[in-house]
Design a protein around this ligand. Structure first.
Ligand code: SF4
Ligand code: SF4
Ligand code: FES
Length: 360
């Protein structure tokens, strides 16, 4: 990494940086943890939550580490009594403006706000303030619910919608204590430019943006077991976590692994995130079917079904030659599965007639 010989000092550690890096990024590389609520590595910083304020020599006021770019000679301290007091004070303010009780707040999504409140403590319990944020109760879209009593106006959801999804379906609306998340004229998400990607739900640090079907299921995310898998809706290979209720043996919802950890960088599309009801559909095929003598389908074992398929393919090759066979694979398969299809075509059936639907 080229650093052009530039250094900052954070908590007494001399650290190199690249042009454009923020103090938060430089500190994170060195393992120095600065708490954040409105930061996401995929988005431009908003400086909205003020949790990341640190002391910087020469500045009268504390500075937001998430948006302050490192400059040669900057000396910052992230762990002083003043910084700590500010964190606890801010957490008190945020909690006064949302649901204080953790159990109630985390009825579906986990809450980073409550994580931090537990980690840092709060500067005295503040009485709840009057909540004035407006919701959109008439928004009947099937997947996403905005709960204004949990919102801390961090703008992660609106920035995600603008900068990652590039559709700007939701926006900060109103001023001061009335500031809320809305659509143009308060219309339903399904009447807006929204693509129902669910990214706004994923980035929300408090559960204010939440997923309706999982909320209706009634179990908090912390009670579900995450099972990592590859999405089978297209060939991109997005990684996703099935959130499984083990008692009911049911996939309750799908979440994305954190940004920076898998190929999809924390993002999912509407199908990957929400189209999971096929998993438990009554008519889903769970065993192979083969045709009986009358030509009707009947259930079979995998061994019988595979033997039938091999015999049929070999019969065609024997009667008409290897190149009478062709194999068409699917973009819903993983790269590994597609590799195996072409391997089977070439090595087992001696034909190069192999194609995949994404190539057309
Ligand atoms: S679901 Fe996606 S497109 Fe719709 S409002 Fe949320 S972030 Fe924007
Ligand atoms: S809904 Fe969530 S992500 Fe959006 S501003 Fe409110 S707290 Fe932040
Ligand atoms: S993380 Fe820096 S202001 Fe919110």
């Amino acid at each position: 990494m080229s650093t052009n010989g530039k250094f900052v000092v954070i908590d007494g550690n001399e650290l190199s940086f690249e042009d454009g890096e923020t103090l938060l990024e430089v500190a994170a590389r060195a393992g120095i943890e600065i708490p954040t609520l409105c930061y996401d590595p995929r988005l431009s910083p908003a400086g909205a939550c003020r949790m990341c304020l640190v002391e910087v020599e020469g500045s009268r006021l504390m500075q937001p580490a998430c948006s302050l770019e490192a400059a040669p000679g900057t000396v910052a301290r992230t762990n002083t009594p003043k910084v700590d007091r500010n964190r606890r004070f801010l957490l008190s303010l945020h909690l006064a403006d949302t649901i204080q009780d953790r159990e109630t707040a985390e009825d579906n999504n986990p809450s980073r706000l409550h994580d931090l409140a537990e980690q840092y403590g709060t500067a005295g319990a503040w009485r709840p303030v009057d909540r004035r944020r407006q919701g959109r109760p008439s928004d009947t879209n099937p997947f996403i619910e905005f709960r204004p009593d949990r919102c801390i106006a961090c703008s992660l959801c609106t920035r995600y919608c603008d900068q990652v999804e590039a559709v700007s379906a939701i926006t900060l609306a109103g001023r001061g204590a009335d500031t809320t998340i809305s659509t143009a004229d308060g219309i339903a998400l399904t009447d807006s430019t929204c693509e129902l990607c669910g990214g706004c739900v994923d980035v929300c640090p408090t559960g204010a943006m939440t997923e309706k079907p999982a909320l209706a299921w009634g179990k908090a995310e912390r009670e579900l077991e995450k099972v990592r898998t590859t999405c089978n809706f297209c060939g991109v290979g997005c990684q996703l976590d099935l959130n499984v209720d083990r008692e009911a043996n049911r996939v309750v919802k799908v979440t994305s692994p954190p940004p920076g950890t898998t190929v999809n960088d924390g993002n999912l599309c509407v199908k990957g995130r929400f189209a999971n009801d096929f998993i438990h559909h009554d008519e889903r095929l769970k065993v192979p079917l083969v045709r009986d003598e009358e030509g009707n389908f009947r259930e079979a074992t995998w061994d019988e079904a595979l033997d039938r398929a091999v015999a049929g393919l070999q019969g065609v090759a024997e009667r008409h030659g290897d190149d009478a066979l062709a194999f068409v694979s699917s973009s819903r398969c993983t790269g590994e599965e597609n590799y195996l299809v072409q391997k089977m075509a070439r090595a087992a059936f001696r034909t190069h007639n192999v194609h995949q639907c994404a190539a057309t």
